[in-house]
Each structure stands twice: as structure tokens, then as C-alpha cells.
Design a protein around this ligand. Structure first.
Ligand SMILES: [Zn+2]
Length: 407
């Protein structure tokens, strides 16, 4: 065997098992596994989880918060500040920041990433080309899906429509959209669907990112998804406008989303920072209603979105820490809720991203993280060290921490 991890906890209350890996795949999961290997890790009862999935991040504009501040903290200023900075980005600059961000994520146990990579006639394809090259360079460390992302809108920014086609020709994995950046969100959605049909790719929209529901196009997106036969192939990020609805208004929309198989990426770090800024009392938490959507059977994921820029001036690339924001802000810490949080970083985004050999199961890719905690129930709230990060059977990160107490 290439690697054996002995005595791991996969589920609370069940016996410890050994996990054996050969040729990058999991070949056995059993207690007292008889095989041998040059590389054996004794987990001593610690929790082994499938690799964490960062299902929505912007690598190309990470780590720029120190260049120009967003003083109001609202979305409009975040967009304006970033649009001003983008023409100053060089290839080397984007590459350096994206690389540092990738390392942050990988060290925290991320084995799969979906990144939105933007372009527009002002900025050109500089960032997009860098991200496509990094996808190839990092392929043994992390699986990356690149979304062709028209951040400044398609109709609002003439020339972007042609660039969308070029980006798909250059190998983008997903067609991106941002319906609220164009005057007619429905026209924008239709446009993105035409590309998805043409290239046979899934879709991922920045959708209804606002505090109020008026003008939201999520229902149109659901209908369009079903009509075009894209059930299960559409994801949306933010969707904070649903947080403004009463349960009876929300229910039919959530049901429609489930029917359309639309996955939602809640982005608490950004949404909590930019949302509710006009509220002077009873300040909104400004998140998509994670629990209600989950209970309606919608596939809900939690993701980072931005790290240290005008949209989110903090973050360290740790999905568990991002999840902790949602745990308190979305009331996910209760007895019946906490166990649903880790899947929002693992199996749920795996479904959204269409991964087929994901999860700790014989025959799947050996993408796993050994946590320094002994209860699955504590996997999120401990924010445990990622002791070993394993990508296709290879240990790519080892974390060793020494704490000395002098008392
Ligand atoms: Zn985003």
C-alpha cells in the first residue's frame, strides 16, 4: 500500500477503522486492516474527513485590502474601489497573490476549488490567463474549476460578450453570471444560458446580492433552469435577498430551487461585512436563509468568496473559520443543526461541483484531511489543526504544533 491511516474516526459512536490507499485511491476501509505500507499514520482515534471544498472564491482579487480602502463598507463602494484597482494589476501581481491564497487554502485542508475568474475590456484577460495557468501548475495539489466571470456585467460593459466566448474557448470549466450587474437580469441570465448550452458547461451565478427581495430574479432562474434542462447544473452565490422574506413567501421559492436542483453558496464573510449597512437598528444578518433552504431540501454550501479586499477585508483561507461565522450568524449551532454544517464544506459542494469520486469510500480519490480532534461533532467548532492533508494518496501538508505550558 502507498499509505495506511490507522485508527481513524469516521463517525461518532462507531468503531475506529483503518483506511488504505493505493494509486491515489481508497482501496480499503476496515478495522484491523491486514496490509502493510512504508507510510503508516496512526490517527489514534482522530477524525478523518474528505478534503474540504472551497466552492466560491476569487483568487484573482485576493489580498489587496491595503491598496485602497472601502470606507463605507457597502457593495457599491467595494465594486468601485476594485474596478479602480483592476487596471493596475500585472500578471506577476495577480500570480503572486493567487499563489499565496492557494497555499493558505491548501494548508487548511482544501482539496477542491471553484474560483470565479473575471475579465472585462478594461482589464483584459491578464487575470484569467494567470488563473488558468495556476490551475495546471497546482493540479497535483488541488483540483480547480475556473468560472468565466463577467464581474462588471455583460450588457453594461460592451465587449464582455465576446470575451465570454473567448474565455470558454480558452477552457473555462463553468459559465459565470452576475445578473444584478446588468439593467435586465433576465436578459443576462438568458445570455449566460445560451453559452452554457453552446459549450455544454454548468452555470454559476452571483445572484440577488442585496438586503431586500424586490427585483430578485431567482424565480426566473429556477424556471429557466428547468425549461432548458439544466436541473442540478446551476449554482448561485450570495442569494441574500431571500433573507428578507417571511417563511410563507420563502417556501414556494425554496421548493422551486429544490426542483431545479439549484445549489446555493452562502458567503458569510462577505455578506455579513457588506450587508445590512443601511439598517440603523435591528441590523440584518444579511445571509441567505441557510436553515430554511436546507430544510426545504436545497443543496446549501458555505464558501469564502473574498479574502482581504474591498468586499471582505479579512479572512485566512480557512473554510472552518468561515463556517463558524455562519454557525453563529445563521443559528446553526443547535443540537439539530451543527451536524449539518460540515457537509456544507464537503459533500454538498461536491454535489454542486459535480464531483464523481469524492468522499471517504472505497474506489474514490484519496483526498482526505486528518483533523486534530476526536469527535466528528467537534470537527467545525474546534477549528482543529489539519494534521495531514492528503491529495490523491499523497501527504501534501503536515501540521505540527508545540504548545508549552510553564505552570
Ligand atoms: Zn463572488
Amino acid at each position: 500500500m502507498e499509505l495506511i491511516i490507522r485508527n481513524v474516526r469516521l463517525e461518532d459512536g462507531q468503531e475506529l477503522v483503518d483506511v488504505a490507499v493505493e494509486n491515489g485511491k481508497i482501496v480499503a476501509i476496515e478495522s484491523g486492516y491486514a496490509g502493510s505500507s512504508e507510510r503508516v499514520i496512526d490517527a489514534e482515534g482522530r477524525v478523518l474527513i474528505p478534503g474540504l471544498i472551497e466552492s466560491h472564491i476569487h483568487l484573482d482579487k485576493a489580498l489587496i485590502a491595503d491598496r485602497k480602502a472601502n470606507r463605507s463598507g457597502v457593495l457599491a463602494e467595494a465594486l468601485a474601489v476594485t474596478a479602480e484597482l483592476k487596471p493596475t494589476f500585472t500578471k506577476e501581481d495577480i500570480e503572486d497573490r493567487a499563489r499565496r491564497t492557494l497555499l493558505m487554502l491548501i494548508k487548511n485542508g482544501v482539496t477542491h476549488i471553484r474560483t470565479h475568474s473575471e475579465f472585462d475590456p478594461t482589464q483584459g484577460f491578464t487575470g484569467f490567463e494567470v488563473i488558468m495557468a495556476l490551475k495546471e501548475e497546482f493540479k497535483d495539489l488541488v483540483d480547480m474549476q475556473v468560472v468565466a466571470f463577467p464581474q462588471e456585467g455583460i450588457y453594461k460593459m460592451p465587449g464582455t460578450d465576446t470575451m465570454m466566448i473567448e474565455a470558454m474557448e480558452m477552457g473555462a470549466d463553468v459559465v459565470g453570471g452576475i445578473s444584478y450587474m446588468d439593467p435586465d437580469p433576465k436578459q443576462h441570465i438568458d445570455h449566460v444560458f445560451e453559452l452554457a448550452k453552446q459549450y455544454g458547461k454548468p452555470l454559476d451565478f452571483h445572484q440577488d446580492f442585496k438586503d431586500d427581495f424586490e427585483g430578485s430574479s431567482i424565480e426566473y432562474l429556477c424556471d429557466k433552469t428547468i425549461k432548458e434542462g439544466f436541473i442540478g447544473q446551476v449554482s448561485v452565490g450570495h442569494l441574500t435577498s431571500l433573507g428578507a422574506l417571511e417563511p410563507e413567501q420563502l417556501k414556494p421559492i425554496a421548493d422551486k430551487m429544490r426542483e431545479a436542483g439549484i445549489s446555493v453558496m452562502s458567503l458569510p464573510a462577505t455578506d455579513l461585512h457588506l450587508g445590512g449597512r443601511k439598517d440603523t437598528s435591528k441590523v440584518r444578518r444579511a445571509l441567505t436563509p441557510i436553515r430554511a433552504l436546507r430544510d426545504a431540501g436545497v443543496n446549501v454550501c458555505i464558501a469564502t468568496n473574498n479574502i482581504r479586499n474591498a468586499f471582505t477585508p479579512y479572512g485566512n483561507g480557512d473554510p472552518l473559520q468561515t463556517a463558524m461565522l455562519a454557525v453563529s450568524a445563521a443559528h446553526l449551532g443547535g443540537a439539530d443543526d451543527l451536524s449539518t454544517v460540515l457537509p456544507m464544506l464537503t459533500v454538498n459542494p461536491a454535489k454542486a461541483l459535480g464531483l464523481t469520486d469524492y468522499g471517504i469510500k472505497v474506489g474514490n480519490a484519496a483526498d482526505m484531511v486528518l483533523l486534530d480532534t476526536k469527535r466528528v461533532a467537534d470537527a467545525v467548532i474546534d477549528i482543529p489543526d489539519r494534521l495531514y492533508v492528503i491529495k490523491r494518496g499523497r501527504v501534501i501538508v503536515e501540521t505540527k504544533r508545540t504548545v508549552t505550558t510553564n505552570f
